[in-house]
Design a protein around this ligand. Structure first.
Ligand SMILES: Nc1ncnc2c1ncn2[C@@H]1O[C@H](COP(=O)(O)OP(=O)(O)OP(=O)(O)O)[C@@H](O)[C@H]1O
Ligand SMILES: [Mg+2]
Length: 413
């Protein structure tokens, strides 16, 4: 159950941040007392509403685990990607602003970071002043936690940069490291309780964050290894890190790379020799022959993750290399599940050869040039140019140019 949704259901979404700041989750929620709610700053009338809802929740809850079940998780070793996010120039900001205003700024900043992190399924482990400590890979592990962390980092920088609170310009900077940690017992009590994570990784992420320039994401070698060519990087060489004797290799992540296929980005061009799969490849080649004869074919390859679907399509591509054909590739992304048109937007992005630093007008011109080959009427171009997606604009860099171009009056209608 999501606390935010639950509170929204009660019309009390204004307390979401207070709940999250105090690490109140679905598990601890039913245990809240009126005194706890008061400490959280919940008004009397709202406390009563929440207490009534909690009664209903407890009545509907499944029975507690049997006494034999372990109450505390054992300390466990696991791979974690740790992200450290900090607000650049916050000391100067706190000196310049009235404390109440500063608090408002920090709250908005925390909320922006927490929203982004949640959308990538990360966990905000702790707020430390203006620093935010985030885990990817705990409690829920994903095969692409390192990538999630970096995409979240880029999106945080964008989200924080777009905040407009008290007319101050905010800039985040981010350090990310991946490695083995020991997730241990719960330490602290009550709402201050947190899961201890011990190891070099959180320290390294914090140190890299301190070295990062404003609005940049700096990653350590463990993270870099898992990312392949999914992003473009600037090699920072070996950086001196307090507490670690030898220089630590570090990279700045510039942007998502233009590689269209995740398979290629992660595995590189050199494929291991194909083993087996003769039947599947034969079938595809036969279907291709039928398609060439004018009988259009669709083949769906489906199977468990990692079973070799992409490898089969790569093999087919190899076999067809000598033949004249047009290949169109559309890729879904686990980060854009709520954008049905994402594969098409992304394909157009590559086909039009947008550069990440192209100004909106240049992107619009490229798009018009691309679409003019199919000779659409002028009024059709805005339909294609208008982006369908807004959430991860900076992380994935959609062709948002057209919207701003239209706003700025560059549309010829
Ligand atoms: N028949 C094969 N011969 C050699 N290597 C293979 C074969 N099938 C798969 N592989 C290798 O195994 C790895 C996983 O395969 P692949 O990425 O194609 O799986 P997938 O089904 O596309 O996975 P996902 O569902 O994650 O997209 C790759 O490194 C791929 O090169
Ligand atoms: Mg695949």
């Amino acid at each position: 159950m999501d606390i935010g949704i639950w509170l929204r259901g009660l019309g009390l979404q204004q307390y979401e941040l207070a709940f999250r700041d105090n690490a109140i989750d679905a598990e601890s929620l039913p245990d809240l007392t009126e005194g706890d709610l008061e400490k959280l700053g919940v008004l009397l009338g709202h406390r009563k509403r929440i207490l009534r809802a909690l009664e209903d929740l407890r009545a509907a809850a499944p029975p507690a685990p049997s006494p034999a079940a372990p109450v505390r998780a054992e300390a466990e070793r696991r791979q974690l990607t740790v992200m450290f996010c900090d607000l650049a120039g916050s000391t100067a900001l706190s000196a310049r602003l009235d404390p109440e205003d500063y608090r408002e700024v920090i709250t908005a900043y925390h909320r922006a970071v927490a929203d982004v992190v949640r959308s990538f399924d990360g966990l905000v482990a702790k707020y430390m002043g203006d620093g935010v400590l985030v885990y990817f890979g705990y409690p829920q592990a994903h095969e692409d936690d390192a990538e999630r962390a970096v995409r979240a980092g880029l999106a945080c920088i964008d989200a924080v940069g777009r905040l407009d609170v008290k007319s101050v310009k905010l800039q985040a900077r981010i350090g990310i490291a991946t490695g083995l940690v020991v997730v241990g017992d719960l330490i602290g009590e009550g709402s201050a309780q947190e899961q201890s994570v011990v190891g070099e990784t959180p320290n390294l992420a914090a140190r890299l964050q301190a070295l990062a320039e404003s609005e940049t994401v700096v990653i350590a070698a463990g993270t870099r290894r898992l990312l392949g060519d999914l992003f473009e990087y600037r090699d920072l060489g070996g950086v001196e890190v307090k507490g670690i004797a030898a220089p630590v290799p570090a990279w700045q992540v510039l942007r998502p790379s233009a590689v269209a296929s995740r398979f290629e980005a992660l595995r590189g061009a050199a494929l291991t020799p194909l083993v087996g799969r003769e039947e599947e490849i034969d079938l595809l080649v036969r279907r291709w022959a039928r398609a060439k004869a004018g009988d259009g074919q669709v083949v769906l390859i489906s199977g468990e993750p990692g079973i070799g679907k992409s490898r089969i399509t790569a093999e087919l591509e190899g076999r067809l290399r000598a033949e004249l054909h047009i290949r169109l590739r559309y890729f879904c992304s686990p980060y854009c599940r709520d954008s049905a048109l994402y594969p098409f937007i992304d394909q157009l992005w590559h086909a039009a050869e947008f550069g990440h630093s192209d100004p909106p007008t240049a992107k619009l011109e490229k798009l018009e040039a691309l679409l003019s080959r199919a000779a659409p009427r002028d009024e059709d171009v805005p339909l294609v140019a208008d982006p369908c997606h807004w959430r991860f604009r900076s992380a994935i860099r959609y062709p948002t140019s057209a919207r701003s171009a239209r706003k700025n009056g560059h549309w010829k209608r």
